[in-house]
Design a protein around this ligand. Structure first.
Ligand code: LLP
Length: 442
């Protein structure tokens, strides 16, 4: 099943199109493997979240694109044009955002073990917010801020203890988590006191992220309720009333049959539920309405992207399975190897044909687990066919590697049928750029 969502269509030639561009032409022009992103889709998703905050919450909030989902200069340029903020989790993401001209005051810095140089870089460029996730971080930020004679806005990452129904590897708010300070065991309260005692830190409020690829609205509602209850407790116990609340990201997207297909308005509904829970809760608990941050990553870029491959070797093991090998694999998409993630694939040059067989799609790495997945329904694929794997915009390029010294594929951004590079192809020279042979090996 192909879902269109105004992004993917089949044209009169029977070719798959994305953002008005024929995928077969894209493969010819740019080669494969190739990441392709639809600019309109990305912009629409960025806007729907901010528009909803503007309409339902008097604009008292900011959407932060979680750039770990897909980080390159162009995506920060789009976020800048759309007027939203971004979240970064490393010096590298921060550097990329700054290089793209992204305004520092709209950047929130994350990470469970921010390095001293990352904290120094964040303060020297003036990031708007740092989410503190360890005592040692609070100490480091305090020292850097003091040195510079500034007061840094911070939030504390808390673990509200909400279990979201998603794959175990991407749950982050269960009691056993490397992220955040648990509300239940008193750690979040202790950390609040700790941060409040630092003269160069201005504590704005709390952050939580309950997981990723979540479809249950109720999980977000519970998380909001737990956060507000904790905020009320800190107001009573410590006299600290938070003025900001960051609810993280996590909205699920469609990958394959069985996943909900949420339209743009549906994502607005998630946010509306979250915002109305905040409004009701604050009224009940006598809290002022916090400035709200939201950090969607996957839902902004995930379905906006596809990956194009060329089919190479085909191997049928009688009675067992048929492998269709592509010119990519776990080095451009490690999510099956890591999480057994499901995907949908389409033969882009024969997209109007009915599927006739069930195949596994294999990558070209020297590793049995290097698959894009098993059980893909396709027309009988032949060498040279162009295979499109859908919903690969999030956590594919950003998690890619040069494993087996394969190239991380380039990426193009499509708008109204026209494609431009946003990540250029790598070369063999790029692969050896940092290699050194010490003299004794010569
Ligand atoms: N904020 C924080 C603090 C996060 O840790 C994350 C994701 C997000 C926002 C964005 O969540 P999203 O809206 O994208 O679900 N590599 C995994 C996903 C890891 C997500 C980590 N944190 C995957 O490929 O599924």
């Amino acid at each position: 099943m192909i879902h269109t969502r105004d992004t993917l269509f089949v044209n009169e030639k029977g070719h798959l199109t994305i953002g008005g561009a024929d995928c077969v032409d894209l493969a010819e022009q740019f080669g494969t493997p190739l990441y392709v992103f639809d600019e309109r889709y990305i912009r629409r998703m960025m806007r729907i979240y901010q528009d909803t905050i503007n309409a339902e919450y008097d604009g008292h909030g900011l959407v932060l694109y979680a750039s770990k989902a897909f980080s390159c200069e162009a995506i920060y340029a789009i976020a800048r044009q759309e007027g939203i903020g971004v979240d970064v989790v490393s010096g590298g993401e921060l550097y990329t955002a700054k290089k793209a001209g992204f305004p520092a005051e709209k950047i929130t810095m994350h990470g469970n073990n921010k390095l001293p140089h990352e904290i120094s870089e964040a303060l020297s460029c003036g990031v708007g917010m740092i989410v503190v996730d360890a005592h040692s971080e609070a100490d480091l930020i305090e020292a850097e801020a003091k040195k510079r004679g500034i007061i840094q806005d911070v939030m504390i990452r808390i673990n509200p203890g909400v279990e979201a129904h998603t794959h175990a590897y991407v749950q982050t708010a269960t009691p056993d988590s490397k992220f955040g300070f648990s509300v239940a065991n008193g750690a979040a309260e202790e950390m609040t006191g700790y941060v409040l005692s630092k003269p160069h830190l201005r504590l704005r409020g709390y952050h939580c992220h309950i997981g990723s690829q979540i479809f249950e609205k109720q999980s977000f509602v519970f998380a909001v309720q737990k956060n507000l209850a904790f905020m009320a407790e800190m107001k009573t116990k410590l006299g600290f009333e938070a003025d900001s609340l960051n609810m993280g990201g996590g909205f699920g997207i469609w990958y394959a049959e069985g996943d909900a297909m949420i339209d743009v308005e549906g994502y607005a509904d998630y946010l509306k539920a979250l915002l109305s829970t905040i409004k009701e809760g604050c009224k009940t608990l006598g809290l002022r309405l916090p400035f709200v941050y939201l950090e969607p990553g996957r839902s902004i870029v995930g379905e906006a992207g596809i990956t194009l491959y060329t089919v190479g070797a085909i191997k049928e093991i009688p009675g067992i399975r048929k492998y269709v090998a592509i010119d990519g694999g776990m080095f451009d998409n490690p999510r099956y190897a890591l999480y057994q993630s499901k995907y949908t694939a389409v033969l882009a040059n024969r997209a109007a044909e009915e599927p006739t067989e069930l195949v596994s799609i294999a990558g070209k790495c020297c590793e049995s687990g290097d698959l894009i997945g098993t059980d893909f329904n396709l027309p009988a694929a032949g060498t040279g066919d162009i295979l499109a794997v859908l919903s690969t915009g999030a956590y594919n390029y950003s998690m890619a590697s040069n494993y087996n010294r394969n190239f991380i594929p380039p990426a193009v951004l499509v708008k109204d049928g026209k494609a431009d590079y946003i990540v250029r192809p790598q070369s063999y020279e790029d692969l050896v750029r940092n290699d050194v042979i010490p003299d004794r090996l010569k």
